[in-house]
Write a protein that binds this ligand. Structure first.
Ligand SMILES: C[S@@+](CC[C@H](N)C(=O)[O-])C[C@H]1O[C@@H](n2cnc3c(N)ncnc32)[C@H](O)[C@@H]1O
Length: 274
């Protein structure tokens, strides 16, 4: 039931058409889309493609490796990994419409042979034990109440020694989170943990911690640069706001305020299956 409500929160009904229209109005040729044409809109998390690049660098993927993207959204991070490192990506996501859009975009930019997408929950992964060389998850756990199920499943499907990288919004000490945010309209189905609780949960699942990075300074620079760009050039035509529905601007403002007031904290965690 809760899974269905989370998927309903993200579903738009006409998302592929909305993306196609936005790309066209930004002057992109839909019949000859390049992977980079999607960069500004397909990374559905703070700091966009820069956050994905940082996370990917921490995993150092190798060509031919098979990597799991847990909560793959419309597939932006998966396409970045596949085209940059030549690895194979399996993406799982709860939201059927996001899975469908991800598959269509994989086809549109010629990456469908490197990426497969399954609709499934992070807490019940449809894969055999030890299958993946590495796994990552970006801005997904805030929707998952059952953290033990999520971390336990990630551990189970990794090969021994396999790395798991997460970029997360952790709870800060600046007061209650202000909604709506991109992941929740009103705080229902929002399950943020502190950094310490997240590390403890991963450790309980069996992971060995490698590093925890505070992405606060990078996020603050990003928000500042974004505001300067809007002041200079006006609102952008393309951005992850396209994925967020009618109240996207309010969600964006609250996201910035939550970060700047320390209500949420962006962190990146790297750990390893023992
Ligand atoms: C903010 S989006 C991030 C998408 C993607 N990771 C990215 O960074 O572009 C959160 C995603 O988590 C997915 N999600 C939420 N709960 C999930 C669960 N239990 N299992 C799998 N996916 C889930 C949502 O459907 C949505 O696509």
């Amino acid at each position: 039931m809760a899974d269905g409500e989370v998927a309903a929160h993200y579903s738009r009904g006409d998302l592929y058409q909305v993306i196609a229209k936005a790309l066209e109005s930004a002057g992109k040729d839909l019949a000859n889309l390049e992977p980079a044409d999607l960069d500004p809109l397909e990374h559905f998390h703070g700091r966009g493609i820069a956050a994905t690049a940082d996370l990917a660098a921490s995993l150092t993927p190798l060509p031919g490796q098979e990597i799991l993207d847990i909560g793959s959204g419309i597939g932006g991070p998966a396409r970045y990994f596949a085209r940059t490192f030549g690895c194979r990506i399996v993406g799982v996501d709860l939201t059927a419409e996001f899975c469908e859009v991800a598959r269509r975009l994989n086809e549109a930019v010629g990456l469908a042979d490197k990426i497969s997408i399954r609709q499934a929950s992070a807490t019940d992964l449809p894969f055999e034990d030890g299958r993946f060389d590495a796994a990552y998850s970006q801005n997904v756990s805030m929707n998952i109440a059952d953290k033990a199920g999520f971390f336990g499943e990630a551990y189970r499907v990794l090969r021994p020694g396999g790395a798991f990288a997460l970029s997360e919004l952790a709870l800060g000490d600046g007061g209650p989170v202000i909604y709506p945010t991109p992941w929740s309209a009103d705080g229902v189905h929002s399950f943020l943990l502190t950094e310490q609780q997240t590390v403890a949960g991963l450790t309980r699942a069996g992971f060995e911690m490698v590093s925890v990075v505070d992405n606060g300074p990078a996020m603050h620079s990003f928000l500042q640069a974004q505001r300067q760009a809007v002041a200079r050039e006006g609102a952008p035509k393309l951005g992850p706001f396209i994925l967020m529905g009618a109240d996207a601007r309010e969600k964006g403002r609250n996201t910035a305020r939550n970060l700047e007031e320390g209500r949420t904290r962006p962190i990146e965690i790297l750990c390893r299956r023992g």
